[in-house]
Design a protein around this ligand. Structure first.
Ligand code: PLP
Length: 399
C-alpha cells in the first residue's frame, strides 16, 4: 500500500495562551494605538521593541505594519530616491523587488548560487551599479556574510538585510540582521513569529533609526519609543522627514511578545524537522540537497532541494505525484508564478536582464514549508514519499 500524508502545509501552531491573554487585556482596556497609553504605561509595541532589540543585541528597534513596510522604511531612511538603482536577489519573493519599486527605485537583480544564496561573483560584478543592496536571506539561506560585507564596504554600498526567513539565525556567531545598517523582519503568519501581519526593523545607527521612526508615523511622539534613540537625534531630522504611516498596534505586539520569548525553542524545533527531511532525502538519485556551511547557524522553517538539470516535464511529474500523496512541493522554476512562488522574470515592471546560470538553478528549486504542527514522524513520512516519487520519475527518465 502506498502511504499518503494527510497533514496541512499551511497550518501554523496556535498563538500561545500568554499571547491570547495579553491580547484580551489590550482589547479590554481599548488602547490599541501604540501612542494611546495610560499614565506611566509603556505600550505593548514599545515593550516588544525593547525585547526584540535585546534579543538580537541591537541598539534600536522599531515595530511596523509589515515586513514589506520595514524594507521600504529602511530604504527611505538611507536615502533611496525615485530613479535610484537598488541591488537585490533574483531568488526572493515578490515583496522584496516590490518594496524597491514602491519608492520609484529600480531593482537590479543579482543571481543565485547553487547553495540558494546570492551569487557573490555576480554581486562583485554589479556592485558598482548602485549605492544600496537589499539583501534577502531567502528561505533562510545565508551567504558568506564576511565576503559580502567586504564586497559592499569596498564599493561603499549600504547593506539592508531582509531577514523575513532568518529571525534567530546567525552567520559566524553574529545574528542575521546585524551585518547591514538595518535588519528587516516580518511577523506575518508564515514567518518565525506570527501576528497575522507585522514587521520589525533593527539598527545601531541613531540617526537612521530616528528617521525610520518619524517615517513610520510617530508624529512628535517619538519619545514613546523605549527602544529608540535620544530625543536630540530626532531634533536634527524632524522637519525634514515625512510621515508615511505604517505603525504596529498594541494588539499585534501583545500577541508577539510571548512568541519572541520562546523563539530559540521554536528555532530548535524547526531545525529538528529539517534534519529529519535532509536525512530522509540523502543520496536520492537525481536529487541535490543544499550544502550548509559551518558558519551558518540556520533556522529552517522551510526545506529546499534541487532537481538540477531535470526536464520540466519530469519535474511536473514529481510535483503532481507528490501532490497525489499529500505532499505539496512548490516549484520555483514554473513559468507562471503561482501562490507565493515567482521568479525574477515575472517581475516585468523591473525589466529584468536574463541570467542563464541562475535560471538553471531556479528551474530546479523545490520548496516546502515545515510548520511546527508537523511532527518528526510526519517529516520522515514526507521524506519517504518524496524519495519514492523522485526515484520513480528519475528511473523512468533514464531508461
Ligand atoms: C514575507 C516576506 C517579506 C515581507 O513580509 P510581509 O510582512 O509579508 O510584507 C519579505 N521578504 C521575504 C523573503 C518574505 O518571504
Amino acid at each position: 500500500m502506498t502511504e499518503k500524508f494527510t497533514g496541512n502545509f499551511t497550518q501554523q501552531a496556535p498563538i500561545p495562551q500568554a499571547g491570547i491573554d495579553a491580547a484580551v487585556r489590550v482589547m479590554q482596556h481599548g488602547r490599541l494605538h501604540r501612542y494611546n497609553v495610560a499614565d506611566g504605561e509603556v505600550a505593548e509595541a514599545s515593550l516588544l521593541e525593547q525585547e526584540f532589540a535585546a534579543t538580537l543585541g541591537a541598539k534600536y528597534c522599531l515595530a511596523v505594519a509589515s515586513g514589506g513596510y520595514a524594507m521600504c522604511t529602511a530604504m527611505r531612511a538611507v536615502g533611496v530616491k525615485a530613479g535610484d538603482k537598488v541591488l537585490t536577489n533574483a531568488f526572493t519573493l515578490a515583496p522584496v523587488p516590490g518594496a524597491i519599486a514602491s519608492l520609484g527605485a529600480v531593482p537590479v537583480f543579482v543571481g543565485v548560487a547553487e547553495e540558494l544564496v546570492i551569487d557573490l561573483d555576480d554581486l562583485a560584478q554589479k556592485v558598482s551599479d548602485a549605492d544600496v543592496l537589499l539583501l534577502s536571506h531567502m528561505r533562510g539561506h545565508i551567504c558568506d556574510m564576511d565576503r559580502l560585507m567586504a564586497i559592499c564596504d569596498d564599493a561603499d554600498v549600504t547593506v539592508i538585510e531582509d531577514c523575513a526567513h532568518t529571525m534567530g539565525a546567525k552567520w559566524g556567531g553574529t545574528f542575521s540582521g546585524r551585518h547591514g545598517v538595518f535588519g528587516c523582519y516580518s511577523t506575518q503568519t508564515y514567518k518565525h513569529i506570527n501576528s497575522g501581519e507585522g514587521g520589525l526593523l533593527i539598527s545601531d545607527d541613531a540617526e537612521l533609526m530616528a528617521k525610520a521612526t518619524m517615517l513610520s508615523g510617530s508624529y512628535m511622539l517619538y519619545d514613546r519609543h523605549a527602544a529608540g534613540p535620544d530625543k536630540e537625534v530626532y531634533d536634527a531630522i524632524k522637519y525634514d522627514t515625512p510621515n508615511v504611516s505604517g505603525r504596529m498596534d498594541n494588539l499585534r505586539a501583545a500577541i508577539l511578545r510571548p512568541q519572541l520569548a520562546n523563539l530559540s525553542a521554536q528555532c530548535t524545533a524547526w531545525n529538528d524537522r529539517y534534519r529529519v527531511l535532509d536525512q530522509g532525502l540523502a543520496e536520492t538519485p537525481g536529487l541535490t540537497l543544499i550544502d550548509r556551511p559551518d558558519q551558518e547557524a540556520f533556522v529552517a522553517s522551510s526545506h529546499q532541494f534541487l532537481l538540477l538539470d531535470w526536464a520540466e516535464s519530469a519535474i511536473r511529474d514529481v510535483v503532481s505525484r507528490c501532490a497525489a500523496r499529500g505532499v505539496e512541493l512548490k516549484w520555483f522554476g514554473a513559468d507562471e508564478p503561482a501562490a507565493f512562488t515567482s521568479k525574477y522574470t515575472s517581475w516585468r515592471y523591473a525589466n529584468p536582464t536574463p541570467m542563464p546560470a541562475s535560471d538553471r538553478i531556479l528551474r530546479g528549486v523545490m520548496d516546502m514549508r515545515l510548520p511546527l504542527t508537523f511532527s518528526l514522524d510526519d517529516c520522515a513520512q514526507i521524506a519517504r514519499i518524496i524519495r519514492a516519487e523522485v526515484s520513480a520519475v528519475w528511473q523512468s527518465q533514464s531508461v
